[in-house]
Design a binder for this molecule. Sequence first.
Ligand SMILES: Nc1ncnc2c1ncn2[C@@H]1O[C@H](COP(=O)(O)OP(=O)(O)OP(=O)(O)O)[C@@H](O)[C@H]1O
Length: 256
Amino acid sequence: MTYALELKDLRKSFGKTDIIRGVNLAVNAGERIAVIGPNGAGKSTLFNLISGRLQPSSGEVLLNGQRIDGKTPFEINRLGLARSFQITNVFPKLSVFENLRCGLLWHTGARYSFLRFLSNLDEANARTEELVRQIGLERKRDVQAVNLTYAEQRALEIGVTIAGGANVILLDEPTAGMSKTETSHFIALIKHVTVGKTLLTVEHDMGVVFGLADKIAVVVYGEVIAFDTPAAVRANAKVQEAYLGSSVADAQGAGH
Ligand SMILES: Nc1ncnc2c1ncn2[C@@H]1O[C@H](COP(=O)(O)OP(=O)(O)OP(=O)(O)O)[C@@H](O)[C@H]1O
């Protein structure tokens, strides 16, 4: 069976310090995964290893069954994995529509051939209009990105991330900095635009985690100590002790 994303005994050391210590993870196509864990557990490092920003010390990363460890972020993106805030760019002076069309055309390789660019344009425009609708920014279609609200900018970033048609999407804390209302609206939006795609998020907000994820991967001290449904993870004694316990302790500490 081919997984959308598979990590095999993945390891990463910085100098003599082992940060990722033998991670195995197999994600089915179409699953939404939240990666959680205490500060410094290695979540961002894991995302950096998957997206090619960092090279593993050992182990394998497979995207749709194909080895991608050792490849550049650009090559990995071309193979169908998109990460927000890394590969994608929102250009402040371009409108919502123009930003989305750039993301789309960039991925279709239009920049290599002007003739191909022209022949693809009608189709690209239609697809871009659809993206504008998908991210709920129809009324802001022609507004420059710089003039959008914060939540709208984040929605646009998600739109640009999915514009290239990647089937595996990595999002770093997609709702960070949003109000409660914006957050619940945004969870619905993420669910909507990632239907049929495989999604991995790094997330600290437990409301988002339990609202969004089919499965949760709990990373503690460079290892995945649990990978299961939200209900099973919530009930997992090891997780309660290692992670949820510590966040209760943090919350209590913050109250003093
Ligand atoms: N380039 C690097 N060189 C050395 N150490 C690093 C490097 N990048 C990360 N680390 C260390 O690796 C550990 C894991 O960091 P990482 O950012 O992956 O954790 P995290 O789980 O994403 O934390 P947070 O939730 O705080 O973002 C930390 O101790 C960090 O200091």
